[in-house]
Design a protein around this ligand. Structure first.
Ligand SMILES: [Zn+2]
Length: 139
């Protein structure tokens, strides 16, 4: 386990860093893998994350402005999805590609991807924050 300034880096071992990232990619809690983080029947459901993990109590918004990073992650993931849609639609219609045949899937992806990827971008961002600033170990 790595140390920084003589302090234990985290309760998350070096071998667990990949697990934390995979949990973030699967829209699960990065620390415990708990699910149901976006299930709030009284609100807009899957677009709203709970303030804390129901399984381990991890506070997701640890600083003011925490979710700005999730917006950046969402932007990068959406851009990647748009690029994939563009390339796939271009290759699928090759060699007689029409502008509309390439443009429609690409524009459709650009409208849908940010919403579909919103939960994953939040949990992935939280996972990245957990890796850099691990939660305090219980005392
Ligand atoms: Zn948890």
């Amino acid at each position: 386990m790595g140390t920084v300034d003589g302090m234990s880096r985290s309760a998350i071992g070096d071998d667990g860093r990949m697990r934390v990232l995979v949990r973030g990619l699967l829209a699960a809690c990065p620390t415990c893998g708990g699910r149901g983080l976006f299930h709030r029947p009284d609100r807009r459901g899957w677009l709203r994350i709970r303030p804390t993990c129901p399984g381990c109590g991890l506070a997701f918004e640890r600083t003011h402005g925490h979710w700005i990073g999730a917006v950046a992650v969402n932007t990068v993931m959406s851009a990647a999805a748009i690029l994939v849609a563009l390339v796939v639609s271009f290759v699928a219609t090759w060699p007689d590609s029409e502008v509309v045949e390439v443009l429609l899937p690409t524009v459709g992806t650009s409208l849908v991807a940010p919403l579909v990827l919103a939960p994953t971008s939040r949990t992935l961002w939280t996972a990245l924050v957990v890796l850099v600033l691990p939660p305090e170990a219980p005392t």
